[in-house]
Design a protein around this ligand. Structure first.
Ligand code: PHE
Length: 485
């Protein structure tokens, strides 16, 4: 109602100078008009300017006189038009305060003779006070003198009146557009989504308070795995650096510089800072030598090793970069056997779709001790995976530049009734361990797998909830793929 009136009026008029007048001209409540103005202003259909006005309103006493007449007139009318009336008599006819005020005002006006007997002095009087009060009630403006006399008698009080002057705003339209808040199935079916105008997001609106928090299923599973490693006596490695140099991610792992995994199709290289600031120089020389000409019984790769290539920063493609750094520091100390693990994110430059992300979590474990054999690796893998609920394992020879021998790990999937690949493993090569400075009989056995992949193929019942959630979200189905040539 009020909205149609305002927008309609502005279609043919420059402005509404006063919302109060507008309301009374259109038979609307000013409150309703104000509310509509605020809302239209918010959507910039209109511009609105505040107006403040001092206005006068009747006090309770004023209202009473506006309805029943002023005390002086009531008193006058109570006196007979001919002859007189005893004052006591007159007093009885009127209420006490009315009588008192009436006497003094009628006296001032010289309408009556006051004595023991009271009589009229004029034939006829007009109730000017009542008329003025009614005019104020109607919102009319009065002269200063009238206002002052009514105010002195406490029949009116001042009140600030607030309203608006209104003109067209930048989004003005004669009718408010219905903006859609949701895209519905029906919109899509009917095709009317093309014409729909959508409500803008209100980024300042406060959302409902969160009633509870939940751990992400991946985090829950990560914790379960951590516990398994801890029970097996493994220590966690610090994995808090996603940015790594090619040196630690590849070169120190005896991965040749022309290896396909170093291609920017498979690895994210950093633009800034594009190179690492420092590397351990003595060790860099040893790594260079083992790549170029071998040593420790190896022929190496027999190519020109380039420092620039090793300096390049990247997002680590595997947590084996972390293991390498750990082994390097370990080799500097007097030898002691160690068991290490890590579970954290790694990044590979894959095109993202609904079943692939460019990152996933890698789980990695390693054992470092004198005289370890492939049998130790198979043993520790059987122990580890059976704790994960996979007790039927098979191993298949594989290739990694940094392990020899290397084995892919397969687990029998009872649901799928087939063998699925779950991880990769091996014994780190002497070309990797000896430049670090380990004693010759020290062996490192290690394995890695994808957390997401394991969740998907796992038949572990404690995981069913997590599994269900991940299936619902329809993401994170990441194949565990291994670099090899
Ligand atoms: N780094 C390997 C990968 O990304 C996993 C692995 C770790 C293999 C340790 C052998 C030893 O696939």
């Amino acid at each position: 109602m009020a909205e149609d009136a305002i927008l309609g009026y502005l279609a043919t008029h420059e402005e509404i100078p006063d919302s109060g007048q507008f309301a009374s001209q259109h038979g609307l409540h000013h409150n309703d008009v104000v509310n509509v103005i605020k809302s239209l202003h918010g959507f910039r259909y209109i511009d609105a300017q505040d107006i403040k006005r001092e206005s006068w309103v009747l006090t309770d006493e004023g209202k009473k006189y506006a309805a029943e007449g002023s005390p002086e007139v009531q008193l006058f009318l109570a006196i007979p038009s001919e002859g007189s009336i005893a004052k006591d008599e007159l007093q009885k006819k009127l209420d006490p305060s009315l009588f008192k005020i009436g006497c003094s005002q009628a006296g001032k006006n010289k309408w009556v003779d006051m004595g023991k007997q009271v009589s009229r002095k004029v034939q006829h009087v007009e109730d000017k006070v009542k008329d003025l009060l009614i005019r104020i009630q109607d919102g009319q403006t009065l002269g200063k003198e009238d206002i002052n006399s009514l105010r002195a008698r406490k029949l009116i009080v001042a009140q600030t009146w607030k309203g608006y002057s209104v003109s067209k705003g930048p989004n003005y339209a004669p009718k408010r557009k219905k903006v859609a808040t949701d895209l519905t199935r029906e919109n899509l079916q009917r095709g009317d989504w093309k014409e729909l105008e959508f409500k803008e997001y209100n980024f300042n609106a406060k959302g409902p308070p969160a009633e509870a928090g939940h751990l992400h299923p991946l985090l829950k599973v990560k914790q379960q795995l951590k516990n398994i490693f801890l029970q097996m006596g493994f220590e966690e490695m610090p994995t808090n650096n996603f940015v790594e140099s090619s040196f630690w991610n590849f070169d120190a792992l005896f991965q040749p510089q022309q290896h396909p995994a170093r291609d920017s199709h498979d690895t994210f290289f950093l633009e800034a800072p594009s190179t690492t600031r420092e590397l351990p120089e003595d060790y860099v020389q040893l790594v260079k030598r083992v790549h170029e000409s071998g040593g420790y019984g190896s022929r190496g790769y027999m190519y020109d090793w380039k420092r620039e290539e090793a300096n390049k920063n990247l997002l680590r493609t595997h947590t084996t970069a972390v293991s390498t750094r750990m082994l390097y520091t370990l080799a500097k100390q007097p030898f002691a056997p160690k068991r290490y693990f890590s579970i954290d994110r790694v990044f590979r430059n894959e095109s993202v779709d609904r079943t692939h992300l460019a990152e996933f979590h890698q789980i990695e474990g390693l054992v470092c001790d004198r005289g370890l054999t492939l049998g130790d690796l198979i043993g520790v893998l059987n122990d580890f995976f059976s704790r994960l609920g996979m007790s039927k394992l098979r191993f298949k020879p594989a290739y990694n530049p940094y392990t020899e021998p290397s084995m892919e790990i397969f687990s029998y999937h009872e649901g799928l009734k087939k063998w699925v690949e779950i991880g990769n493993s091996g014994m780190f090569r002497p070309e990797m361990l000896l430049p670090m400075g380990f004693p010759e009989d020290v062996r490192v056995i290690a394995w890695g797998l994808s957390l997401e992949r394991w969740i998907l193929v796992s038949s572990n019942e404690t995981l069913s909830v997590a599994l269900e959630l991940i299936r619902l979200w329809d993401i994170l189905v990441i194949p565990f793929f291994v670099y090899s040539n």
